[in-house]
Design a protein around this ligand. Sequence first.
Ligand SMILES: Cc1cc2nc3c(=O)[nH]c(=O)nc-3n(C[C@H](O)[C@H](O)[C@H](O)COP(=O)(O)OP(=O)(O)OC[C@H]3O[C@@H](n4cnc5c(N)ncnc54)[C@H](O)[C@@H]3O)c2cc1C
Length: 513
Amino acid sequence: MTILWRGVGMQWYTTNMTSPLVIVVGTGNAALVAALAAHDRGAQVLVIEAASKELRGGNSRFSGGIFRFVHEGAASLAPLVDRADNAGRYADVLIPPYTRDEYLDDVMRAGHGRPDSALVSLLVERSRETVEWMQDRGVRWELTVGKLIDRTKLAPNGRYELPAGGAVRSVGEGVGLVDDLFAAVDRAGIEIKYESPAASLITQGSTVVGVRIRHRNRFTDVRGTAILASGGFESNPEMRLRYLGPGWDLVKVRGTRFNQGTMIQAALLAGAQPAGHWEGCHAVPLDADAPAVGDLRLTDKLSRYSYPYGILVNRDGQRFIDEGEDQVWLTYAKTGAAILRQPGAVAFQIFDQQGLELLEPRYVTGTPVTGDTIEELAMKLAIEPSALRETLDGFNTAAPANATFDAFRLDGVRTNSSLEPPKSNWARRMIKPPFVGYRVTCGITFTYGGIAIDTDARVLDTEGRPMPGFYAAGEVTGGFFFHNYPAGAGLMRGAVFGRIAGERAAAYALGER
Ligand SMILES: Cc1cc2nc3c(=O)[nH]c(=O)nc-3n(C[C@H](O)[C@H](O)[C@H](O)COP(=O)(O)OP(=O)(O)OC[C@H]3O[C@@H](n4cnc5c(N)ncnc54)[C@H](O)[C@@H]3O)c2cc1C
């Protein structure tokens, strides 16, 4: 249904007053899912977006498109993944089942037991059915074959195992995901207004009755039930410094520049309750030469996640984390912060020839530095050669001489007690030169603190009561992630709660209180 703007004074009106309006703020995954769900439920929907049409899609468009959901292994994924697209790739990969308990445990363990268990349980419970719901609306899925490992470098017929919780992504990754969602939104006839940043909420006490949009020379008000899906505050250096702390104002942003936290601040001003880990964020090892904000031509290709197969040192040549603490998908999101704490906020991923075989294919966008000896590599990386030599020797002495290395599992190949910090898995001696180094820094992905919602995606006020007419989903919400995060849970959280927000907001708008 087309919405005509009459522009009387400051007000915008819908032409059809029999179909109450749901206003969705943002055009990322959470927003587009919410818009589709509200439309399905019979509401009239308007989407407003700060970015231009060219730059739409938020962080979701930059993402790897991986969705973490419950499944029963390879056979159970067959109806979901695009078999044609995976021709020849589907048969010879192993995909362990991913149970509800494992999912819950991964989020709760990563979050040091702090995540809101009611919200996380719902995320887990609704994960698989939401992926199917998205498929019904045109989102195409495929296996993540080739994402983590370049299979051409593995032994012929070698076993290849996908991470149970990260086995499926949208076809075309984040770009394909938002393309498919925009196509569905277009088919539904949902109107999107670009270059229309939401500035504040229109309220009557704790009730939200609309959204105010900022234009170059005026504001316009649009009345309706509001769903915020406007992302976190990771692109705003002032808020990063304020909430995340010193040094975070200068980090590189991996995704969109439009997630400025404007509507988080507006919601708090309107009486919404802050929730979650405000000092916490998802931040990863990123190519040190990455641009200051995400580049849509490169999306997530500058991420550097193969450090479990080598050692990670700072510019003093010292190791500073356990590179093999857990599967990379359970450690990468906190490793960016560890790098930020190092001198100059840089670090170096060092590999020997064995580790090099296991690099993610996206390392092709990087600039490897090679040395026939560790001293030569150190000099080229401007690290004191004797310091890096000492670190490598200490590591090799502490690593077992004979051990069964398994790249795809927690192999328990760990250093002995002489090494601090230890390397708890994949501690294979690095003895095959030439050595190769990649320079990395901290890249922020998204922030963990946000506004409080309940299991109906209703925004809660500072007294813990649902604010009538006000819903939220995705990165804008808090309470899900603390300290750390399992890969693929961000998009899944946005989709599960976007769908709930859309359905509930539509019911509210239609008067079904
Ligand atoms: C490089 C990269 C790779 C990633 N890979 C994965 C992955 O594989 N799997 C995974 O689960 N997660 C991944 N993530 C994280 C994931 O992208 C986010 O968790 C998810 O996209 C958040 O979705 P969202 O809809 O909440 O926010 P977004 O997709 O960021 O959408 C927010 C939208 O709101 C708009 N907006 C902001 N402020 C306003 C305003 N005031 N008015 C109007 N519009 C506004 C923005 O322009 C944007 O369109 C990745 C992120 C990045 C950056």
